[in-house]
Write a protein of this length. Structure first.
Lengths: 319, 344
């Protein structure tokens, strides 16, 4: 059984414009030691899916579905039980390393806190482990930097601190939400290699949320593509990139300029705009932009169907 | 309505030089003291940058945050006055231009900004946003020519005339960027500086805007200075590419040469750090990981600014600053270990 098994998850938000279904019947699973990339554009529901795993989707509400983590259903746990899991067995790394660190506490205190809290170590021991963790994420002069404040760190160094905090209690699952989007490309490569290496070392599962198809290709084992709140395609990375089964995935792959592609030609862009979740069309959310659209697509939402070889797609072409 | 300068742009031919920047420096003073301020140092945001741009050409400027690419753009636009160096636009020295001549110059160079949310006044209708540059430069809002020109501009960037009556918040990011582009084109500029024009957009929308910029260049004979950190995008749109590091241009080359055979160690590392969206390619690719981070431009390293992170650095790199020297075929590299400098 998979370490994390999300089944049929639906999360809704009450807004002035009516009920918005940010996540709609999403199912995904991650094994220990595996990296699953959750790919999508803004508003596709990828971050809400991740936050729901930790019970942090408020003011959104889990309408239906089950989130099984190492055998426990997280949707059935109360706040205290969830708090005991967060930062301990499941850790999260956010996009903005500046706003997710407390500006008035030293780095040492912030890294030691989860160890002290979850491992119930004496503060002095927790603090010693914090220094060890900073060394592990390759922060130069780790011991001395424990006394520094977040503003004394660069963006890349802050994200290293976030990774150190996430790793503090040797989590079984790490959720990283656009962990390098705010960083420069050479620093991005450093951070992702570090994260990947450390998860390999501890056999932790990594749920990597990103919009960057290059990052996915370099670091993910499996990929799930989200569009309009639903997973439209999933499968092993090499197979999915080799032959995308959903027209959205296919369009996305073709429209991205790449370092090894043909330069200075018109890019085959996907026409139109991503859908407004508050105002989704009936049927397939991609129908308005799809080159293969037919009547059925506008009438009925295609379910995610298994296609063999661990792949699945939600498209009527594979009905 | 037509601007004589722009109308004759196509006539003058594509090969002539539109912009030349010589040894440009922009240093910001660092001061101490409250009552009596004294200068204690300088942030060398741009430190000796030279390049030129031909009509109809696209020069991509790449580099990581703080490398000085946006400051270079602001100096070219004369939004700030350079500390030293010279800027020539269409043969005229504009380094010290001010007052009315500067105002006249500004209509010939325009800018497209990164953030399509922050760069449009939310209280103005799209029609007025697009027409604003015309009004600033003396057009009458009530004239039939004005209305026609605004409609033309909306059409040019793929927006419908009735969208002009709406406000920016009613548009998506991609559409807002189209509005920003229409504004930049209103005065028929020769040079358009695009500062990260697609990096705030969704992946599926980036391709639309890149295509639009390329179409407009063909149609109107525009010259682009294209600033971006995304090397894949720069490779797609540029004719030549300049790589900046800590206020200096370390390599300038025609696109094909730069991407096929990067010569400066920083360019090589930068290209290696960009993942290709293909797992099969990625699994066989060298992935050199660079150590350290960009140093502060207030205290740049002596010698070559890149030497503390350079895997090939020698003692000479720590002492002597390498000059950008021509390597043939339009390639210029500032590195002691490349080309004729290496053999000395």
């Amino acid at each position: 059984m998979a370490l994390l098994d999300v089944a049929d998850l639906t999360v809704t938000f009450r807004t002035d414009g009516g009920l918005v279904r940010a996540v709609d019947s999403v199912s995904l699973s991650v094994e220990a030691g595996e990296t699953l990339a959750l790919v999508g554009e803004s508003g596709s529901g990828k971050s809400v899916t991740a936050l729901s795993i930790l019970g942090l989707m408020a003011p959104g509400r889990i309408e239906q579905g089950r989130i099984a983590f190492a055998g426990d259903d997280l949707t059935a746990l109360d706040e205290a039980a969830l708090r005991a899991i967060r930062g301990d067995r499941i850790a999260m790394i956010f996009q903005e390393p500046m706003s997710s660190l407390n500006p008035v506490l030293t780095i040492g205190k912030q890294v030691a806190e989860p160890i002290w809290l979850h491992r119930r170590l004496a503060w002095r021991e927790a603090y010693a482990q914090a220094a060890e963790l900073l060394r592990k994420v390759a922060i130069p002069d780790a011991e001395a930097r424990l006394n520094d404040y977040p503003h004394q760190f660069s963006g890349g160094m802050r994200q290293r601190v976030m990774i150190a905090m996430a790793l503090a209690c040797r989590p079984q699952l790490i959720i990283a939400d656009e962990p390098t989007t705010a960083l420069d490309v050479t620093v991005q490569a450093q951070i992702l290699s570090l994260l990947k290496g450390l998860t390999r070392e501890t056999n932790a599962a990594l749920l990597l949320i990103t919009h960057d198809l290059g990052v996915v290709a370099r670091y993910a084992d499996r990929v799930a593509v989200m569009y309009g709140g639903r997973i439209v395609e999933s499968g092993p990375a090499a197979a999915l990139y080799g032959k995308p089964m959903h027209p959205y995935t296919e369009g996305l792959m073709r429209s991205v300029p790449r370092l090894d592609g043909l330069a200075h030609e018109r890019l085959p862009a996907i026409p139109g705009q991503p859908p407004d979740l508050a105002n989704l069309p009936t049927g397939c959310a991609f129908a308005t932009r799809c080159p293969h659209v037919h009547d059925l697509c506008r009438a009925a939402t295609p379910p995610l169907r298994a296609l063999g070889d661990a792949r699945s797609a939600a498209c009527h072409r594979h009905g | 309505m037509a601007e004589p300068a722009a109308a004759s742009a196509a006539v003058r031919g594509a090969a002539s030089e539109l912009l030349r920047v010589e040894d440009l420096c922009v240093h910001y003073p660092v001061t101490e003291g409250v009552v009596r301020q004294r200068q204690v140092g300088a942030v060398k945001a741009v430190d000796g940058v030279s390049f030129s741009l031909r009509r109809g050409e696209t020069l991509g400027l790449v580099g990581e945050s703080g490398c000085g690419k946006s400051t270079t753009a602001l100096a070219v636009l004369r939004m700030l006055t350079p500390t030293s160096g010279r800027i020539f636009f269409d043969g005229e020295d504009i380094t010290a231009l001010s007052g009315e001549p500067l105002r006249r110059l500004r209509r010939r160079m325009q800018m497209v900004y990164q953030d399509p949310f922050g760069s449009l006044n939310p209280r103005m209708r799209v029609r007025d946003l697009v027409g604003e540059p015309l009004v600033v430069h003396g057009a009458n809002r009530r004239s039939p020519g004005y209305r026609k020109r605004v409609n033309e501009l909306l059409d040019l960037v793929g927006l419908l005339p009735d969208m002009g009556e709406r406000y920016p918040h009613e548009f998506s990011g991609g559409q807002r960027q189209r509005i920003g582009i229409a504004r930049a084109l209103a005065l028929q500029p020769d040079l358009v500086i695009c500062d990260e024009p697609v990096s705030a957009l969704d992946v599926s929308i980036q391709a639309q805007v890149i295509n639009l910029l390329m179409d407009l260049q063909q149609e109107l004979g525009l010259t682009y200075l294209f600033i971006a950190h995304d090397l894949s995008v720069v490779r797609h749109i540029s004719d030549r590419v300049g790589v900046m590091y800590l206020g200096r241009l370390v390599e300038t080359a025609p696109k094909a040469a730069l991407f096929a055979r990067p010569r400066h160690p920083y360019t090589q590392i930068l290209l290696g750090a960009v993942p290709v969206p293909d797992p099969t390619v990625e699994s066989t690719r060298d992935q050199p990981v660079i150590f350290g981070e960009v140093p502060s431009p207030r205290n740049p390293p002596l010698g070559c600014a890149f030497h503390p992170r350079c895997p090939k650095a020698e003692s000479r790199c720590r002492e002597e600053r390498p000059q950008a020297l021509p390597m043939g075929q339009g390639v210029r590299v500032a590195c002691h270990l490349v080309g004729p400098q290496a053999r000395q």
